[in-house]
Design a protein around this ligand. Structure first.
Ligand SMILES: [Zn+2]
Length: 319
């Protein structure tokens, strides 16, 4: 008999160790949550307490969803959506058999405010036992990092991933951190697509409202962006008082649509860099450089013709 019981004992030990690991994870998460709660008063970006009482009113369905996500992340459980429409919103704890449930309905028809109608706030489950969290979406992370991105646009995805782990106790992928950063930048500055759509108007406005400026936009036969050259009037006039030296360089744009940024920079009387003109093109090649240099020649002819005279030392061009 004892030979038959050994595997059972081994299995029992295995199960006990699994339970201990799960408990340790939950305990670790709880400790982290407690630390978050303790520091929430000092940390403006910490998630506010969201008790979600019956009768609570939310201006939009999005604000209700956001409050539910914050609540779930703070109290370490995940929920599933049962209904989500223009008039009804119902969610329940993701664990089968758990009694936690929230139901809200719009008041006065579709698109209006939402009021919490019922909320069974007690859990019969043990909460999440993994480091990820279903409600920690890129949209949620974007809202959470928005204040930081606003003051520090160079906030890197790897730093976002680290801060989410240490302050929220949630492990997110680097790609989700990247998407959250992109979304936060879009919330602050609009989308790249919208910005490129505004480019024709922007170029026209520069030439109309900024005297001595040179701004040219080229589109493809499909009416898509091809390349743009911009030299502001102030820069064109200022280069006349700089040293007869012009630096040319190109660098890759790390945005959604990528491309190459070509720049022309002078050196002023104090030896400081003086931005003259820039262009955005699809590739750094002879065709695009020649295209930009023609405009630069036009700028110098208009604003600093003495630089083009043979008596002046030739420009030093660095590519
Ligand atoms: Zn639950």
């Amino acid at each position: 008999m004892i030979f038959h019981k050994i595997p059972e004992i081994a299995m029992l030990n295995f199960l006990i160790s699994k339970i201990a690991i799960s408990a340790a994870r939950v305990q670790g998460s709880l400790q982290m949550a407690q630390q978050m709660a303790q520091t929430s008063d000092e940390d403006n970006s910490a998630i506010p307490v969201c008790p979600l009482h019956v009768g609570d009113l939310f201006d939009t369905l999005d604000s209700l969803k956001k409050a539910c996500r914050e609540y779930a992340i703070r109290t370490l459980f995940e929920f599933k959506t049962l209904r989500s429409g223009t008039t009804r919103y119902e969610i329940a704890c993701k664990f089968d058999g758990c009694s936690w449930r929230l139901y809200a309905a719009s008041i006065g028809g579709a698109g209006n405010k939402f009021r919490v109608r019922t909320h069974s706030c007690d859990h019969s489950c043990t909460g999440i036992q993994q480091l990820g969290h279903q409600q920690a979406t890129a949209k949620f992370i974007a809202d959470w990092i928005l204040p930081t991105v606003k003051v520090n646009p160079r906030y890197r995805p790897i730093d976002i991933k680290r801060d989410v782990k240490t302050r929220l106790g949630i492990d997110i992928s680097k790609s989700k951190a990247f998407r959250a950063k992109e979304r936060a930048l879009e919330l602050l500055h609009g989308t790249h697509k919208a910005a490129y759509k505004q480019m024709p108007k922007y170029v026209a406005d520069i030439e109309r409202n900024n005297p001595n400026s040179v701004a040219t936009l080229e589109s493809t036969s499909e009416n898509q962006f091809k390349r743009v050259f911009i030299c502001y009037g102030a820069s064109a006039m200022g280069i006349a008082h700089c040293r007869p030296l012009l630096g040319l360089d190109g660098t890759h744009l790390k945005t959604r649509y990528q491309g190459i940024l070509l720049t022309a920079t002078g050196v002023d009387a104090h030896g400081q860099l003086f931005p003259l003109a820039w262009a955005v093109v699809d590739a750094e090649n002879n065709d695009n450089w020649l295209w930009m240099l023609r405009f630069l020649h036009q700028v110098l002819e208009q604003s600093a013709p003495h630089f083009l005279e043979p008596t002046v030392s030739p420009f030093c061009v660095e590519v």
